[in-house]
Design a protein around this ligand. Structure first.
Ligand code: CP
Length: 329
């Protein structure tokens, strides 16, 4: 079961909670394969997408997920909100909350922004990515993709390669993968792989080929130039010579390796097109699974009895039985 009011990160979630979210996501995957991709689960509910950073996958898939659950959706970006006129994030969220939405999904460049909102509004908050902190639904869709292809997560070796320092995806994956029993290697130049990640359970490796040795899963990350305020390598050319995932580098991993990338990809920088579009790539499966994971997150957090929320209790009432929730209209 998942009895939390918000989904702010994977840090601290138990293996049972993560498994419940993955199992629920799997149940919703089938809805997107139907001709009529809609179930009545969240009819009459309102979901707000509050995005202070650009997004292709997260924002679109949350909107598609909400619509497939029959919820009404509102999209608000920093450029179209009154943040431009000096309104604080908390005031924006309080005003949105006063219109009684059933959940707010927030992406923000500052770490901790969703946690701040969770203290000031009375509806569930879902973290759609906060600074370099966490991106829980991305990690859940990564875990779902890995579990679907490998049958299990426990015992796998997962190499996460690239700009670990600025990656909320890597942090959420580290928490989720370790909790589910995987071995995690962080691979990249020492300037982008700070030593404190070892305390969180990652093995740190600076050589790409060594880091990929016998890996079951490779997850490539892009260089997040928008978050860098210093020089972490001498040139992008040099970085890609050392860390771009080529066919030769993939050969160091296990023969049945799968390759993930959360997107957006910078082809030719961290991953070659031959690999990104090649037989080991499951990158488009990740995107497809993203809709199912976000349907599950909305169902688990929003599809529960209003009475307990009005009473201010963080205790979910009996959820609609899943079979009924995903049944066709
Ligand atoms: N993976 C991810 O968060 O992609 P977007 O920035 O496009 O949402």
């Amino acid at each position: 079961m998942f009895e939390r009011r918000h989904l702010l990160g994977l840090e601290g979630l138990s293996a049972e909670e993560i498994t419940f979210l993955l199992d629920t996501s799997e149940s919703f995957r089938e809805v997107s394969e139907r001709e009529i991709k809609k179930v009545p689960t969240l009819r009459g509910r309102t979901i707000v997408n509050l995005f202070y950073e650009n997004s292709t996958r997260t924002r679109t898939s949350f909107e598609i997920a909400a619509k497939r659950l029959s919820a009404d959706t509102i999209n608000l970006s920093a450029s179209s909100s009154s943040a431009q006129k000096g309104e604080t994030l908390t005031d924006t969220a309080r005003n949105l909350a006063a219109m009684r939405p059933d959940a707010i999904i927030v992406r923000h460049p500052s770490s901790g922004a969703p946690h701040l909102l969770a203290r000031h509004v009375d509806c569930p908050i879902i973290n759609g990515g906060d600074g370099a902190h966490e991106h829980p639904t991305q990690a859940l869709l990564d875990l779902l993709t890995i579990r679907s292809h490998k049958g299990q997560i426990e015992g796998l070796t997962v190499a996460i390669v690239g700009d670990l320092l600025h990656s909320r995806v890597a942090r959420s994956n580290l928490f989720g993968l370790r909790t589910m029993g995987a071995r995690v290697r962080f691979v990249g130049p020492p300037t982008l792989v700070p030593p404190h990640f070892a305390e969180l359970g990652a093995e740190l490796v600076s050589d790409l080929h060594e880091g990929l040795r016998d890996a079951d899963v490779i997850m490539m990350l892009r260089i997040q130039r928008e978050r860098m305020n210093g020089r972490y390598f001498s040139s992008l050319d040099e970085y890609s010579r050392l860390y771009c995932l080529s066919v030769e580098a993939v050969g160091k991993a296990r023969k049945d390796v799968i390759i993930l990338h959360p997107g957006p990809m910078n082809r030719g920088v961290e991953i070659s097109s031959t690999v990104a579009d090649g037989p080991y790539s499951v990158i488009m499966d990740q995107v497809t699974n993203g809709v199912a994971v976000r349907m599950a997150a909305l169902y688990v957090l929003v599809g529960r009895r209003r009475g307990t929320e009005a009473a201010g209790e963080d205790v979910p009432a009996e959820p609609v039985p899943l079979r009924r929730a995903v049944a066709a209209e």
